[in-house]
Write a protein that binds this ligand. Structure first.
Ligand code: GAL
Ligand code: ZN
Length: 664
């Protein structure tokens, strides 16, 4: 039997006498795995070279006795005070040139050689000690890499590493000067040693330099993880290595990081705290799971699945009965093979005293515990069957860290956000019960009937050709505003009108555009007027036909959305950001043209998602609302769990199956 449910456990926060009670309660709840120790450096090495792993060994052994395996986290996101006292230089420098100090977490510079030395000593001892431990199955490197490291670190060590990175990339300083467009504002360099980290300027910054800085930071974080992964692999060849990602977060390129890992893991906290609580967090969550599945194109783990209300200084909403289970099974529906809940017991101390867990402060099993037990007892057995399976969507949305960086640097419109735009397209499909993959532009796109590639801002000749070939061979491609604007180094392209060479498959040119600053625009489509947001490309038709036109601006009655047949396929060009209604109706049109059928029909907040192997398709139907719902399916599925087909109680999850061998 495989591992499907677990909790994040901090035995060091509680008296040892309590541990066995915890283990028993966990066993009863159906917990098969815990993650531990990712913030316990001081407890394991209270001074240099003095290791105290006994307490952790004791915890691992006790849990193992109750059939619970352990994943150990390297505690490198919180170096202890004695390291900081000895080497204060490992504390990072922010953009204002200030040092960030001990007292929270992430107070480390990831390029610092001295810090790497401390890590090497500790991780070597740690991994050797637990290599043969029968209770341990794998490792998590650090914790949420990139979290808090965005504008960190600007220290001299990072500066030297950045210069080195640039030297390898550009070879000669003249090449860098050209790639960064340093003729502007007299920014030319005589040599690499003049280049600094992007400390705060008097005003403005160079977008090409910033793009390289972000890519460098990502590479640095991957290198930081590799430093640890290499040690663990050498000492623990039987154990897996993973890392807990943060959905769409862009500080580290998760595709690159994924190459070091056996599988990726993810963390989600949908109930609001960092962000405002949303009416339908489920659609954004679905997109997060889909992109996480795409990072390695394989099933993943949830390493921190929200199990209670969140809170640091202020708190988020309490979870309604059933809500946690619905979110957990949503993770599974989108490809999670295991769900580890954060955290076992609500912590009594420190910054996260109010970040609640399966048990409250009192440690007594209550509503959430009972719900979790019910969940594991209902679904564990089925999860063995579809472990390792993937969905097979007919639609893909293109996702790229570099495009994301470029829009972070210059959003073009103050509210334009790369990830939000991707999520908007995703949401329209999600609401129509259409499974979606996230892919990278250069991936093999041939298995998808419809590829949506929003905001293809940075363009290369290879990517242009790839899209042209996809459409020529019968693909349906959606391109949007701000496509083909820049080259790979973030300089504007000047050889043709927008969207560059892609105008060949779009059948249009975009000689002008309008940024809808503090206003919205209108679009007329299919005998109705809709809202257009943020941007209007002013389009000249070539071979394409117009399918929607602007109703506002000096360019009213000119094309807003176009369609062009090219080779065996079609390219649609969307010159604006469609409002929700237009997005929904336009998506219907795309799907119909491509012959893509939804899994079924149901109200917003009722989700449908599949996983499949060669023989079977599992269909998950999840009611993310606190009302009863009905649904209708377009295939012949058999209910495995749940009360009544085509009917859902509040937050109910139903699991259905269909054989691929039957005719229906
Ligand atoms: C995550 C982090 C955990 C914990 C949790 C609640 O971002 O990985 O360590 O801090 O949030 O704040
Ligand atoms: Zn640094």
């Amino acid at each position: 039997m495989s591992i499907h449910f677990g909790v994040d456990y901090y035995p060091e926060h509680w008296p040892k006498e309590r541990w066995e009670t915890d283990a028993k309660l966990m066993q009863e709840m159906g917990v098969q795995v815990v993650r531990m120790a990712e913030f316990s450096w001081f407890k394991m090495e209270p001074s240099e070279g003095v290791f105290h792993f006994e307490w952790l060994e004791e915890a691992v052994a006790l849990l193992d006795k109750y059939g619970i395996k352990s994943i150990l986290g390297t505690p490198t996101a919180a170096p202890p005070a004695w390291i900081i006292e000895r080497n204060p230089e490992i504390q990072p420098i922010d953009r204002e040139g200030r040092r960030r100090h001990f007292g929270g977490r992430h107070h480390d510079c990831q390029s610092n050689e001295v810090y790497r030395g401390h890590i090497k000593r500790f991780v070597t001892a740690f991994s050797k000690r637990f290599a043969e431990n029968p209770g341990v199955i794998g490792w998590q490197i650090d914790n949420e890499l990139g979290n808090s490291h965005y504008d960190l670190c600007m220290c001299n060590s990072c500066k030297a590493k950045f210069q080195q990175w640039l030297k390898i990339k550009y070879g000669k300083i003249e090449t860098l000067n050209d790639a960064w467009g340093t003729a502007f504002w007299s920014q030319g360099f005589n040599n690499f040693s003049q280049i600094g980290t992007p400390l705060i300027t008097a005003v403005g910054e160079n977008p090409s330099a910033m793009l390289d800085w972000k890519c460098f930071c990502s590479d640095l974080i991957v290198d930081f993880a590799k430093w640890q992964a290499d040690i663990i692999r050498a000492n623990c060849p039987e154990h897996f290595i993973t890392h807990n990602y943060m959905c769409f977060d862009n500080k580290v390129n998760y595709y690159d990081l994924g190459k070091l890992l056996d599988f990726v893991s993810n963390d989600i906290y949908p109930a609001g705290h960092w962000q405002k609580p949303q009416a339908h967090p489920d659609s954004g969550l679905a997109a997060s799971h889909d992109v996480v599945r795409g990072y390695k194109k394989q099933p993943f783990w949830m390493m921190e699945q929200q199990s209670g209300m969140s809170g640091w200084e202020i708190m988020g909403r309490a979870l309604e009965p059933g809500q946690m289970s619905a979110w957990a099974m949503q993770s599974v529906a989108h490809g999670a093979d295991a769900v580890v809940f954060f955290r076992w017991r609500t912590c009594a101390m420190g910054t996260e005293q109010y970040w609640h867990g399966i048990l409250g402060h009192s440690g007594n099993p209550g509503r959430i515990y009972n719900e979790a037990r019910q969940l594991t007892h209902t679904f564990s057995k089925h999860m063995d069957d579809f472990e390792g399976t993937m969905p097979h969507p007919e639609v893909a949305i293109v996702h790229s860290f570099r495009q994301n960086y470029a829009f972070d640097i210059q959003p073009n419109h103050p509210e334009l956000c790369y990830v939000e735009q991707l999520q908007k397209y995703h949401k329209a499909l999600y609401n129509k019960k259409i499974p979606v993959d996230f892919v990278r532009g250069m991936d093999d796109l041939s298995s998808y009937k419809l590829v949506i590639a929003p905001l293809q801002y940075l363009m290369t000749p290879q990517l242009e050709q790839h899209y042209i070939d996809y459409v020529a061979n019968g693909g349906h491609l959606v391109l949007t505003m701000r496509t083909g604007v820049k080259d790979a180094t973030n300089l504007c392209m000047t050889d043709r009108e927008l969207p560059g060479r892609l105008s060949e498959i779009c059948g249009i040119e975009v000689p002008e555009y309008d940024c809808l600053l503090e206003t919205t625009g209108g679009v007329f489509y299919n005998s109705r007027e809709y809202e257009a947001e943020k941007w209007c490309d002013i389009i000249t038709l070539g071979k394409a036909k117009q399918i929607a036109e602007y109703t506002t601006g000096f360019y009213r009655q000119s094309p807003a959305i176009t369609e062009n047949s090219y080779g065996n396929g079609i390219t649609w060009y969307v010159g604006t950001e469609p409002g929700d209604d237009l997005m929904a109706d336009l998506t219907d049109y795309f799907l119909k043209t491509c012959g893509i059928e939804p899994l079924g029909t149901a109200a917003e907040g009722v989700e449908m998602m599949t996983r499949e192997n060669d023989d079977s398709i599992w269909l998950f139907i999840i009611n993310h609302t606190n009302e009863r719902q009905v649904y209708h399916l377009h295939g012949m599925y058999t209910l495995l769990e749940g009360e009544k087909e085509e009917f859902l109680n509040p937050y109910e999850v139903q699991l259905l199956i269909k054989s691929k061998r039957s005719r229906y």
